[in-house]
Design a protein around this ligand. Structure first.
Ligand SMILES: Cc1cc2nc3c(=O)[nH]c(=O)nc-3n(C[C@H](O)[C@H](O)[C@H](O)COP(=O)(O)O)c2cc1C
Length: 263
């Protein structure tokens, strides 16, 4: 049986229409679920960089993540430039989208030229106070960080000890670096090199650096971390982004405020 050209084209158009309606409906219908999952992933990464709930064998489920986060994490909104806390409803802080704020010219400013490849700075940012023992004291401060690698922008978190200098952990939740090369920033063995290293030198300048080659133990190289072999550009980018966000244009004012008032 032969079909006319008109019939074939009409049939193809009808299939396209049905498929596009299906895809559009799914995209819109699943948007809330996607947002919720993004938020959950963010929470799980904050817990993981702070080392909360990471001792178990099985990965944490949705309820575990939510209850651990509720118990140990207090997100706070800050004014990035002054470093002061901003009064805001907890629900607004919980859903504050810093990356969206950073893209919107009405809630961000152009970043000064920098080696981390950060183009814009949000007026407000979220920091996370971690109460590891659930005894109403802050044991760690987690800061969101981002910056350029080789192919992509890496987004992650750095956890600082209460001296606001010693790194407790570093993790990324999104990047597009090559698996096995730049993607090794996710390798637990590499991430394990960070805890104990210091961000600032004696003068309070952010100097932490990822070097090409082996840095050695924390005691002899407090400001240096081993590079990633075959991925020097990504590795260097990680050092640059940590320095940028710890510096005066990033969370420097907040860290100064916190260190003056005590964590
Ligand atoms: C397909 C391909 C993917 C690469 N991916 C990365 C990467 O994700 N990060 C990176 O720093 N270098 C990557 N490189 C290597 C860089 O081009 C560059 O050679 C490297 O960063 C230099 O590091 P090295 O001095 O340790 O060899 C890639 C190279 C190729 C060919």
């Amino acid at each position: 049986m032969e079909y006319s050209t008109r019939y074939t084209l009409g049939f193809a158009a009808a299939v396209c229409l049905v498929c596009s309606v299906f895809v559009a409906t799914s995209a819109v219908g699943l948007k809330d679920r996607q947002d919720e999952n993004k938020l959950l992933d963010r929470k799980s990464k904050v817990l993981s960089v702070a080392g909360v709930g990471s001792g178990g064998e099985a990965p944490l489920g949705r309820d575990d993540i939510n209850s651990l986060y509720e118990k140990h994490v207090t997100p706070k909104l800050i004014d990035l430039k002054s470093g002061a806390y901003v009064d805001a409803e907890p629900a607004a802080v919980a859903t504050f989208d810093q990356l969206k704020a950073q893209k919107d010219p009405s809630t961000s400013i152009e970043a000064p030229k920098n080696t981390a490849g950060v183009k814009r700075l949000p007026n407000q940012a979220v920091v996370y106070l971690i109460d590891t023992n659930a005894d109403a004291s802050t044991d760690l401060v987690v800061l969101p960080v981002e910056g350029k690698g080789l192919w992509s922008t890496l987004y992650g978190f750095v956890a600082l000890q209460p001296d606001l200098n010693t790194i407790a952990g570093l993790t990324f939740y999104q990047h597009g670096e090559t698996p096995g090369l730049g993607g090794e920033v996710d390798n637990p063995r590499w991430k394990a090199l960070w805890p104990g290293r210091k961000v600032f030198d004696d003068k309070g300048v952010a100097v932490i650096d990822v070097i090409k080659g082996v840095a050695g133990p924390v005691e002899s190289a407090p400001h240096k971390v081993d590079g990633l072999s075959g991925a020097t550009i990504t590795a260097r980018g990680v050092g640059q982004l940590v320095r940028f966000w710890a510096g005066d244009n990033g969370f420097g004012p907040y860290l100064k405020m916190l260190s003056a008032k005590g964590v």
